[in-house]
Design a protein around this ligand. Structure first.
Ligand code: NDP
Length: 287
């Protein structure tokens, strides 16, 4: 491809992204704040720029993979005059608000902006299991899709540059609460002499199978009717036994008590016979 690409930031992730481009034969210029990190890429055919300005000027497409929002501004603020007519794809982790701010800032400088959220670790880059979420300019996403697909599976969510980050954080929220659930279970059986490894052997297939419930919950929620037949009711979902057994093991009950409170709020509001998915109504309402 004749397109000139520049990559700013050669940390663990930036190096992996740049490596995939160089390997495929894209004309790639790389830059990193501290020297030495480009050596491997240069050996594979990348050019190294002495300054971030040189790198930006060398690329129609500029990929940014720095530490955080502040470092992106630190590097790009002095270069705002160079951005007109260029395209920026920023895969640095930023909050939804920070992504929107950067999109507006780049637009003001006359550039096009696509925000990316990477759901992968560096060694996964280049494989379909690496999921990268995008939002911002649809034109940029579609024009550069073949390049983005070199990194993993690319999914586009819409013109609001904050959406990819919001999605990223929502997926992480689900992950952390699931992790806490697993660890609570491991803590419950630990006093009985069960190792965490033994518990994990049982929990992995169980929790994997339980993810099959997501689409059923989603159908109820999207259908807007929590009374549809065939659901486990909130009253049936009393977690009292789980709380009592946790207490009897001498462990904290807070992970399970959190879910019990979400259930109880709906029961108290008179929805006890409706389906478990209804606890999303407890979550949707900030208390
Ligand atoms: P690293 O810590 O390996 O690299 C950070 C990079 O940012 C380095 O190139 C560093 O330059 C540069 N940097 C930091 N501060 C500044 C600054 N003020 N000015 C210029 N350059 C700066 O991080 P990763 O490569 O792992 O992560 C990069 C981004 O990718 C982050 O936003 C991270 O959240 C995201 N990400 C990373 C994942 C991972 O598993 N690694 C997973 C998903 C997202 P220098 O070498 O000079 O210090």
């Amino acid at each position: 491809d004749s397109i000139q690409v520049s990559v700013l930031g050669l940390g663990a992730m930036g190096s992996a992204l740049a490596g995939a481009l160089v390997k495929t034969g894209y004309a790639t210029t790389v830059w990193n704040r501290s020297p030495g990190k480009a050596d491997d890429l240069v050996a594979q055919g990348a050019k190294v720029a002495a300054t971030a300005g040189d790198a930006v000027r060398a690329g129609q497409l500029v990929i940014v993979c720095l530490l955080d929002h502040a470092s992106v501004h630190e590097v790009l603020d002095p270069l705002s005059n160079e951005l007109a007519g260029r395209t920026l794809i920023n895969v640095t982790t930023t909050s939804p608000a920070q992504s929107r701010e950067l999109a507006a800032w780049v637009a003001h400088a006359g550039g096009a902006y696509l925000d990316g959220g990477i759901m992968a670790v560096p060694h996964m880059i280049g494989r379909p299991e690496a999921s990268i979420l995008y939002s911002g300019s649809a034109d940029v996403f579609h024009q550069y899709k073949p390049l983005l697909d070199l990194w993993g599976t690319s999914t586009y969510f819409g013109e609001d540059a904050g959406l990819a980050s919001l999605y990223d954080l929502a997926l992480l929220a689900g992950m952390y609460v699931m992790f806490a659930g697993f660890l609570h279970g491991a803590a419950m059986v630990a006093p009985a002499g069960v190792t965490a490894g033994e518990f994990a052997t049982m929990a992995t297939p169980w929790l994997t199978a339980m993810t099959g419930a997501f689409q059923g919950f989603a159908a109820v929620i999207d259908g807007g009717d929590y009374t549809v037949e065939g659901q486990q009711s909130l009253e049936f979902s009393d977690l009292g036994d789980l709380l009592a057994a946790s207490s009897a093991q001498g462990i904290s009950t807070e992970v399970v008590a959190m879910v019990q409170r979400l259930i109880q709020r709906q029961i108290d509001a008179g929805h006890g016979e409706e389906g478990f998915a209804r606890i999303i109504e407890s979550i949707k309402q900030a208390t």
